[in-house]
Design a protein. Structure first.
Length: 382
C-alpha cells in the first residue's frame, strides 16, 4: 500500500480554523488527521501540502516512525507550526493503519488500560462578570453530567493585577464553587498571564475554593521560572500546551516545573510523540492531562491516548460548548456521559469525516482571539 494524495482543509470555527488532513492510498483506504493550531492555520496548511508532496506521497503509510524522524532530522527548524503539520499527517496515517489492520489505534500501541476517559468541560462560561449568569452556566455543565470544569476568572488581566481585580477573581471562583458543590473539580486557567510573584499571590488566594489545579500561571517559555512557581505553590500547577515534542518536555520535567503536564497531541507533534511524552512523565511520576481546545478529531485521538497511557488524569473537551455543527462533522465521535467518554472500538480513530460539512464552513480569516481583550470570553465561549 502506498500513499497517493495528501490534502489539507481549513474550516472557520468561531475563534479558530479547524485544520483537517486527508490522506488517500492506492488501496482505497483513507485516513484523517487534525492539525489545528489556532491563528496559525494557514502556515500549517502550507507545510502539510509541502511535506505531503516531498515526504509522504509514494510511501508506505505504516512507516510512521521513519517519517517523523526524517522530518525532525531534515527540516530541523522546529516549532508549533512544523509539529502541528507533522501531527496532522501522522494522525491520518494512524487512521489508515488502524483501518488496514481492522483495529482501533490504541490497540496498535499496547491496548487500553481503561475503558472510560474522564473529561472536563471548557468553553461554557462566556461572561465571568455576570455572577448570576456564571452560576447558571456552571449548573448547566453539571446538569450535563460533567464531574469537572475549567475556566479563567481573570478577565483581561496581564502580568500584574490590582488587589481589587484579584478579589473579583476570587468572587468569580467562589460563585462557581457554590453553584457546583464540593464534589466537582474546578480547574483554574491562568492563560500564562502573570509574573511569578503575581501568580503565587493569585494561587494562594484560590486556596479556599479547593481548585484541582492552576494552569499555566506564568508564560510557558521559561522552565526555570515555572519551576520556582511550582516549588512555592500550595496548589497543583499544570502546564505544557506550549511545550513541544519530547525534547521540550524533557527539560520541563527535569526542572520539576509541573505537577501535571498538558501536552497537546497536535502542537506536540502527533499521537505517538505525545505517547512518548507521557512515558517521560511517567518516569518522573507526573500525571498527563492532554490539552484539547480544538476540533472533534483531536478529541477522539485524545481519547485513544488517554485509554492507553497509565498516567492519564483527565481530558479537556469543548464538545458541548463549540460551534453548533461540530457533531455533524465527524460521525461516530463519542459523547460525554456522566463525565466520561467511552473508548471507541471501530478501526482507526473510529470516526468518519463528512466532507459536505467541511465544504459548508470554509476558512474564516477573522477566526482569531485575543485573550487580553475585554471581549475574549464572548468570542471563545458559547
Amino acid at each position: 500500500m502506498k500513499v497517493t494524495q495528501v490534502d489539507a482543509f481549513l474550516m472557520g470555527a468561531a475563534w479558530r480554523n479547524y485544520t483537517f488532513v486527508k490522506i488517500q492510498t492506492d488501496s482505497g483506504l483513507v485516513g484523517w488527521g487534525e492539525a489545528t493550531l489556532g491563528w496559525k492555520e494557514s502556515a500549517v496548511r502550507e507545510l502539510i501540502v509541502d511535506y505531503g508532496r516531498r515526504y509522504v506521497v509514494g510511501k508506505n503509510p505504516f512507516d510512521i516512525e521513519d517519517l517523523w524522524f526524517r522530518l525532525y532530522q531534515i527540516e530541523h527548524n522546529t516549532g508549533p507550526v512544523m509539529f502541528s503539520a507533522m501531527a496532522g499527517i501522522e494522525m491520518a496515517l494512524w487512521d489508515i493503519v488502524g483501518k488496514a489492520c481492522g483495529q482501533p489505534v490504541f490497540n496498535l500501541v499496547g491496548g487500553k488500560v481503561r475503558s472510560k476517559v474522564k473529561a472536563y468541560a471548557n468553553g461554557w462560561y462566556s461572561n465571568t462578570q455576570d455572577l448570576k449568569h456564571l452560576s447558571d452556566r456552571a449548573s448547566d455543565v453539571i446538569g450535563r453530567g460533567y464531574k469537572a470544569l475549567k475556566f479563567d476568572p481573570f478577565g483581561e488581566g496581564g502580568r500584574e493585577i490590582s488587589s481589587a481585580e484579584l478579589r473579583q477573581a476570587c468572587l468569580t471562583v467562589e460563585t462557581v464553587r457554590k453553584a457546583i458543590g464540593d464534589d466537582v473539580d474546578i480547574l483554574l486557567e491562568f492563560h500564562g498571564r502573570f509574573s511569578p510573584i503575581m501568580a503565587l499571590e493569585a494561587i494562594r488566594a484560590m486556596i479556599p475554593y479547593n481548585p484541582a489545579w492552576c494552569e499555566e500561571p506564568i508564560p510557558a517559555h521559561n522552565n526555570e521560572a515555572m519551576a520556582q512557581v511550582v516549588a512555592s505553590s500550595p496548589l497543583r500547577v499544570a502546564t505544557g500546551e506550549h511545550i513541544y515534542s519530547r525534547f521540550g518536555f524533557l527539560d520541563l520535567l527535569q526542572r520539576k516545573a509541573a505537577h501535571v503536564i498538558q501536552p497537546d497531541i497536535t502542537y506536540s507533534g502527533g499521537f505517538l510523540e505525545t505517547k512518548k511524552i507521557a512515558a517521560l512523565a511517567e518516569a518522573h511520576y507526573v500525571s498527563v492531562a492532554p490539552h484539547n481546545c480544538d476540533g472533534p478529531l483531536k478529541t477522539v485521538a485524545g481519547i485513544h491516548l488517554a485509554a492507553n497511557i497509565p498516567n492519564f488524569l483527565i481530558l479537556e473537551t469543548f464538545q458541548d460548548y463549540d460551534v453548533p455543527w461540530r457533531e455533524e462533522l465527524t460521525s461516530g465521535t463519542p459523547r460525554v456521559k456522566d463525565g466520561y467518554y467511552d473508548v471507541p472500538t471501530a478501526p482507526g480513530w473510529g470516526i468518519e469525516v463528512n466532507e459536505d460539512v467541511i465544504a459548508a464552513h470554509p476558512e474564516d480569516p477573522d477566526a482569531k482571539l485575543n485573550m487580553f481583550s475585554s471581549d475574549w470570553e464572548h468570542r471563545m465561549c458559547r
